[in-house]
Design a protein around this ligand. Structure first.
Ligand code: 5GP
Ligand code: ZN
Length: 113
């Protein structure tokens, strides 16, 4: 739990979210401003500021984000999707609590902008 972290507040329940999955380590919820028909975020409950702050002890947790994201994608009816982690403002990171975007339900262009 970090002070003034939006996603820590969502984890605490201080800010409501449309939850898709929750256990003691991981939370998934729909993005408030979806960029695709299916767009949700999978986050660890541990506050990690971003990809560059991932430590060796977090390796298993990071793999779990992908596994849970895959399970939710299947439930949401998307077989094909894109996973995105932004690191740093220039890369598009606006919330400094690590989160994995899962985007699908339409064709996605590459490379991204
Ligand atoms: P970033 O730009 O940091 O990679 O992604 C942050 C994401 O969080 C954005 O896609 C944004 O729409 C989403 N977001 C920001 N504030 C909220 C919120 O209060 N609730 C939810 N569900 N998503 C949010
Ligand atoms: Zn946080």
């Amino acid at each position: 739990m970090a002070e003034d972290c939006l996603f820590c507040k969502i984890i605490q329940g201080d800010i409501p979210s449309d939850k898709l999955y929750e256990d003691d380590e991981v939370l998934a919820f729909r993005d408030i401003a979806p960029a695709a028909p299916v767009h949700f975020l999978v986050i660890p409950k541990k506050h990690i500021s971003g990809p560059s702050a991932v430590a060796e002890e977090d390796e298993q947790l990071m793999g779990k984000l992908i596994r849970i994201g895959n399970q939710i994608a299947e439930k949401e009816g998307i077989e094909q999707y894109r996973l995105v982690f932004n690191n740093g403002a220039e890369a598009g990171q606006t919330v400094f609590h690590i989160h994995m975007h899962v985007l699908g339900g339409r064709s996605l262009n590459w490379p991204p902008g």
